[in-house]
Design a protein around this ligand. Structure first.
Ligand code: ATP
Ligand code: MG
Length: 420
């Protein structure tokens, strides 16, 4: 063991579990790739101001969770705590919103960093796949994103997840609600931090996870009773479009998200097997964000799904993904001459697109066959001087144990046929 360990709140992805992570990223992005979303990749760090303005000065993410640093050149940067602000920044910088038709639809996958108290499902380095549809106000777009996330989870075989849905109103109705909520909250018995929050961002008090706070919130005014006609109609249509696809959701009138930029449609995917870190993904509409970071008005909607928690959800449901074996053919040379000849066969098989591995390190037959077994290969090729004298190699079916000689120059076509 080395003297070093992965930093607190982080963990390494190593085989075989790492294959599940890759498959989850793939499964979440597949529905997006089939729906007109283009891949975007932004830097792992940004100017700290982008998040301060984009995510919100009063959010936990910005006040407590952000990894900030000053570069040798004096720039104030932050490791990205989330993806939306960066993706929108990139789209604006490249003028994507002027280049083609709207919405600009983008998806991303990467690492995010938050200085949180580490626990199961909550890490300081974690992984998200996200999607953003920038520059269109259309209930069908909100519905599309919710349905695509739903498809992604279903394609992984998950069943015990629920969709929570709410509307956060807009610039017209939210201020009226905000004032009513503030008045209600000021009358409660709350600690100093929370009292301060009432003045800066009262909606987030609704999201307080503590029982003592939640108990006092019964009877709090709810946004749905304050929605303006526009927001009400918009929300009704989103609900209708989702329902029409046979996808069920739960109205959660207290659902707010930890980021300041959300307006109207807000949703969260929760999984019931995850204990207190139950949110596997979340998102919503952020009509004001572009202007908050200096861009034009670009009503947008998006989501981010947590890869780590999705993997935990799979474990909780006992779902194992049907992953193809990494290696199809394992090649075992018997002796020095065979090593050289078969190394060439390995290269040929790989060129032919057949996943092949080799017994390295001069192993004896027994150890080499053990390695072949571990590799999950469907076939092994074993050959030594005696076989070459006859111009053949031995092809072993790892399932039946059956062994047949195959002419050296027929190895590739034979395996190609057998593996199909
Ligand atoms: P939570 O309420 O659990 O803190 P959040 O609202 O901060 O979640 P988002 O910012 O919406 O989460 O991120 C979307 C998803 O990313 C979450 O649903 C979760 O699956 C994942 N996620 C967020 N923070 C972490 C973390 N620290 N560790 C692992 N996954 C995370
Ligand atoms: Mg959080």
């Amino acid at each position: 063991m080395s003297t070093f360990k992965a930093p607190r709140g982080t963990y390494d992805l190593i085989p075989p579990v790492s294959a599940t992570y890759l498959a989850v990223r793939e499964a979440i992005s597949a529905p997006l790739r089939r729906s007109g979303y283009g891949y975007v990749e932004t830097p792992g760090f940004e100017n700290v101001e982008l998040f301060a303005r984009g995510v919100g000065e009063s959010t936990d993410i910005v006040t407590k969770e952000m990894y900030t640093l000053t570069t040798k050149g004096g720039d104030q940067l932050a490791l990205r705590p989330e993806g939306t602000a960066s993706v929108l920044r990139a789209a604006l910088e490249a003028n994507l919103h002027k280049a083609g038709s709207l919405p600009v639809k983008l998806w991303y996958s990467g690492s995010y960093y938050r200085y949180e108290r580490p626990q199961k499902g909550r890490y300081r380095h974690f992984s998200q796949v996200g999607a953003e549809a920038i520059g269109a106000e259309d209930p069908a777009l909100d519905a599309e994103l919710i349905l695509l996330a739903h498809d992604a989870y279903r394609s992984l075989g998950l069943r015990d997840f629920r969709i929570l849905l709410n509307s956060l109103g807009d610039a017209e109705c939210r201020p009226v609600y905000r004032a009513a909520l503030q008045e209600f909250l000021r009358g409660l018995d709350l600690d100093e931090d929370t009292r301060r929050r009432i003045e800066i961002n009262p909606l987030r008090v609704l999201d307080d996870k503590r029982d003592a706070v939640q108990k006092q919130l019964t009877g709090a005014p709810l946004l749905r009773d304050y929605l303006c006609d526009g927001c009400r109609a918009y929300h009704a249509e989103v609900r209708e479009l989702i329902s029409a696809q046979g996808v069920t959701f739960e109205d959660d009138p207290k659902l707010v998200r930890g980021l300041d930029y959300y307006t109207r449609t807000t949703f969260e995917f929760v999984h019931d097997g995850l204990g207190s870190q139950s949110a596997v993904g979340g998102g919503g509409r952020y009509d004001g964000l572009s202007e908050m970071i200096g861009g034009p008005a670009l009503p947008s909607v998006g989501w981010a799904l947590g890869v780590d928690r999705t993997v935990l959800a799979l474990e909780a449901e006992g779902v194992t993904l049907d992953l193809p074996d990494a290696t199809s053919v394992f090649v075992v040379p018997l002796g020095e001459e065979a090593r050289k000849v078969l190394f060439g066969v390995v290269a040929e098989l790989r060129t032919a697109g057949i996943a092949t591995d080799f017994a390295y390190g001069g192993k004896g037959l027994k150890a080499a066959m053990k390695a072949a077994n571990r590799s999950g290969a469907r076939y092994a090729i074993v050959a030594g001087e005696r076989d070459f004298a006859e111009g053949v190699v031995q092809l072993k079916d790892m399932e039946s144990g059956e062994q047949t000689p195959v002419p050296l120059d027929k190895v590739v076509p034979t395996l190609r046929t057998k593996l199909n």
